[in-house]
Design a protein around this ligand. Structure first.
Ligand SMILES: *Cc1c(COP(=O)(O)O)cnc(C)c1O
Length: 426
């Protein structure tokens, strides 16, 4: 098997054979599939096997692989050069589109990854408030920068590494981790220490411990408490940005953060991410202000071209209702099949993202997530892979659908799920 050979070779020259840990199938066992190509809703591996892709590069590909508009924009830009290290018209257009879609961002800066966006947002919040303390919530992932890599969801959960060697204790000591959706504990903390807090950072819909929606009052309290204590509210909308509507979860919840971070969809499948806020805050950044932040490839023209093409399609086609319907059919269908087979299951669905947890619900936070049957997920994952359906190789992840996932494709993948579930029965 070619993937097997490639994995052996990869392990000799790349730690664990992968450039991002969750790709290694550590949590589900077996050999990661080495991918040769993708088109629409499908992936093909090095052995020529075809899969319906419900990972979609972990979220970015909301239009599926090789959407013609994105491809055309990329080919055109590639023929003009791939990077100049000087400003371009594309960056202006992309920034205008993002600021129009997110009125809470009067100005935006582009970076290369979600990690960078969050790292920069925290620096900015600390500079703006003159405080150090950062509050985050367990199970939320905000990239792998030092101060945010504490109880950080999927990748870290999957490795079973709660605290990461190499992150100085002094850095971690300025991060406070509270429980997602535990509004009371949050308010107690803010009541005592609110005046020391620079930023409260939150995934408005958690997606990195699997999908866990915010409970009523949780985000409202985050907004209210930060305002009351002079801290900044940072929404990490790297997954949720342009996911449920042409905008963010802030538009759906009606709760407006001070700083917003974007990534994934906004890069159209290329490495781009962004952070933005009111002009007054963003003007603290160099070269206007004293807060340094930079990047050789930031605002890269290929990434901007892919991002602009993706956002245009989303704005013009408004595919969100259809995406949500297709995701609900697939995820709830799996839930139904599991229930009929007597397997305890809870399905959390939000628009085009969902997680099937093998546990008696509800799943409201990290403790519930960790109670799910991960061995059963691993068997389900492989049963689906054998039937040509590519799910996230970890029980703590979201599934995604794209506009290329037609009802037909969903039905066939669901039929595979019924077979896969039957094959699990003891
Ligand atoms: C993926 C993700 C990140 C990190 O983005 P990278 O581009 O992988 O660095 C940060 N926050 C959230 C919510 C994410 O889902």
């Amino acid at each position: 098997m070619t993937s097997e050979t490639l994995f052996e070779e990869a392990k000799r020259v790349i730690p664990g054979g992968v450039n991002s840990p969750v790709r290694a199938f550590g949590r589900v066992g077996g050999t990661p599939r080495f991918i040769e190509r993708g088109r629409g809703a499908y992936l093909w591996d090095a052995d020529g096997r075809k899969y319906v892709d419900f990972v979609l590069s972990w979220g970015p590909l909301i239009l599926g692989h090789c959407h013609p508009d994105v491809l055309e924009a990329l080919m055109h830009q590639a023929s003009l050069g791939t990077s100049y290290g000087a400003p371009t018209r594309l960056e202006v257009e992309m920034a205008r589109m993002v600021c129009e879609a997110f009125p809470s961002m009067e100005k935006v800066r582009f970076v290369n990854s979600g990690t960078e966006a969050l790292m920069s947002a925290v620096r900015l919040a600390r500079a703006a408030t003159g405080r150090d303390l950062v509050v985050k919530f367990d199970g939320c992932y905000h990239g792998h920068s030092d101060c945010l890599l504490v109880k950080a969801g999927s990748g870290v959960l999957a490795q079973g590494v709660p605290d990461c060697p190499g992150v100085p204790g002094a850095v971690v000591s300025s991060t406070v981790v509270l429980s997602y959706n535990d509004t009371q504990a949050f308010e107690e903390f803010m009541g005592e220490h609110g005046r020391e807090v620079a930023a409260v950072v939150v995934e408005p819909v958690a997606g990195n411990m699997g999908v866990v929606p915010p409970e009523r009052g949780f985000l409202e309290s985050a907004r209210d408490q930060t305002r009351r204590h002079g801290a900044l509210l940072v929404f990490d909308e790297v997954i949720t940005g342009f996911r449920f509507c042409y905008g963010g979860y802030q538009h759906i919840s009606g709760i407006t953060p001070d700083i917003t971070c974007l990534g994934k969809i906004v890069g159209g499948g290329l490495p781009a991410a962004a952070f933005g806020a009111k002009a007054e805050i963003m003007n603290l950044l160099a070269p206007v202000g004293p807060v340094y932040q930079a990047g050789t490839l930031s605002g890269n023209p290929l990434a901007m071209a892919a991002g602009i093409a993706t956002l245009r399609v989303l704005r013009e086609q408004d595919p969100y209702r259809e995406l949500a319907r297709n995701m609900a059919v697939f995820a709830n269908g799996i839930g139904q099949a599991a229930r009929e087979a007597g397997i305890p299951v809870t399905v959390n669905v939000m628009g085009s993202m969902a997680t099937v947890f093998f546990t008696r619900g509800p799943v409201r936070g990290l403790a519930d997530v960790e109670a799910a049957d991960t061995a059963l997920y691993a068997r389900f994952f492989h049963a689906m892979l054998d039937r040509g359906v590519y799910l996230a190789p970890s029980p703590y992840e979201a599934l995604f659908v794209s506009t290329a996932h037609t009802p037909d494709i969903i039905d066939r993948a669901l039929a595979a799920a019924h077979e896969a579930i039957s094959s699990l029965s003891p």
